[in-house]
Design a protein around this ligand. Structure first.
Ligand code: ADP
Ligand code: MG
Length: 206
């Protein structure tokens, strides 16, 4: 991947999140405050405004720009969480002019690491972590098996989708949905869903 490819990924994420804003907000209306779609769309609209200047940046700077933009424009929990994720993803690839498969996997691992560092959620708490953890594990396993970048991102996306669906029967113990206690059971987590969309966008661009 080159810096043109990362920009393509980010542009695709912005489009996909805008297209899915109503869906994400609908998921958040069941177990949250009905703003996840608008939060993500607002954040990536601000990112979109920076695309012209981002074209000349290296990949690390592009991802860090996304991170700082999300932190400063998204009020909900997802702003600092995804903001930290993109900042750490950028740091993981500092100095690279091109990303090989192993670099992309390291970037994804750092992305998840940012969310965990910021939100302190573990697996099975009905959050983004439940989509991203299996995705990173699948990506690492695929890399170890010598898979191509296309296979790696496809398998990561499939694992994220399964992890997202697995949030449905979970009891939320982190974030706003945890206020509902047992009533959070039976609904798919909005943040796990946006995490799946971000990974799916990457695999589509790859
Ligand atoms: P808010 O909850 O402030 O309204 P959003 O609706 O934008 O923010 O985002 C909600 C999503 O954030 C949840 O669906 C969940 O996936 C994620 N989330 C909340 N708290 C945490 C946390 N501590 N760690 C990881 N993800 C979290
Ligand atoms: Mg919300």
């Amino acid at each position: 991947m080159t810096n043109e490819d990362t920009l393509r990924w980010l542009e695709h994420v912005a489009d996909v999140l805008r297209e899915n804003a109503a869906y994400l907000t609908q998921l958040d209306s069941a177990i949250g405050d009905a703003d996840h779609g608008t939060n993500m769309a607002r954040g990536f609209k601000a990112v979109r405004d920076k695309f012209p200047t981002m074209a000349a940046m290296d990949m690390a700077a592009q991802l860090k720009t996304v991170g700082t933009t999300l932190v400063s424009t998204v009020g909900g929990a997802s702003g600092p969480l995804y903001g930290t994720a993109f900042l750490r993803a950028g740091t993981a690839i500092t100095g690279k002019q091109e990303l090989a498969a192993a670099d992309v996997v390291a970037m994804l691992e750092a992305f998840l690491g940012g969310i965990v560092a910021r939100g302190k959620a573990q697996i099975n708490e009905k959050t983004m972590v439940d989509a991203l953890t299996p995705a990173v594990n699948a990506a690492k396993q695929a890399l170890n098996e010598g898979a191509t970048l296309k296979e790696i991102t496809t398998r990561a996306t499939q694992a994220a989708e399964e992890g997202m669906k697995a949030t449905i029967p979970m009891l939320a113990t982190k974030g706003r949905a945890s206020y509902l206690g047992e009533r959070s059971i039976g609904y798919q987590d909005p943040g796990a869903t946006s995490s799946w969309l971000i990974l799916r966008s990457l695999s589509e661009v790859v």
